[in-house]
Design a protein. Structure first.
Length: 176
């Protein structure tokens, strides 16, 4: 009987509405992502690679985790490598990152840049509470120019299955 209850509870957890994965087309950008919840959208003006750009964000919170994909189209002549390095450095400094583990990250259709990476890190939320994060940065060329992308998961603990599903769901597409 105990084994039956354990199997049923594990099965119900796997079907939890907190992890209801869905494909989301990132408006105007040449990328599709998967999110485990209905995402919200926002934008802000930032300085990147020495120029002012519009940073668009799509993200949601579920199961104790925040998942987001940010994107920006670089102006002509801006260096994607420099911009990715700057974005990564600002992000990690902002969370007071420690114990950074890094590996190459090269999704289909992305530019082959050494700055395209996946990191696992621990740090702090802005209010000082501890947090773990997994994040990727990469660039992709399109007819509209070069796009930079940053996808991240913030949570107390991040399961490998959640991170792998989220990051493997970043797929190139033709923008509308």
């Amino acid at each position: 009987m105990y084994l039956f209850l354990l199997i049923v509870s594990v099965g119900l957890a796997a079907c939890s509405p907190a992890w209801n994965w869905r494909e989301v087309r990132l408006e105007g950008a040449p990328l599709t992502a998967v999110f485990p919840c209905k995402p919200d959208h926002g934008s802000q003006t930032v300085t990147m690679a020495g120029t002012t750009v519009e940073l668009q964000m799509t993200g949601c919170e579920t199961g104790g985790a925040t998942l987001a994909v940010s994107r920006v189209r670089l102006p002509p002549g801006a260096s994607p490598a420099d911009a990715l390095s700057q974005w990564r450095a600002v992000t990690l400094a902002g969370m007071k990152a420690q114990g950074v583990q890094e590996q190459p990250f090269q999704p289909l259709g992305s530019l082959a840049l050494p700055q395209s990476v996946r990191v696992v890190v621990s740090g702090q939320y802005r209010d000082g509470r501890p947090v773990n994060a997994q994040a990727v940065w990469f660039a992709q060329a399109s007819p509209q120019g070069v796009w930079l992308f940053h996808a991240v998961i913030y949570a107390d603990t991040i399961g490998a299955e959640v991170a792998d599903t989220f990051f493997s769901g970043l797929k190139p597409r033709t923008p509308t």
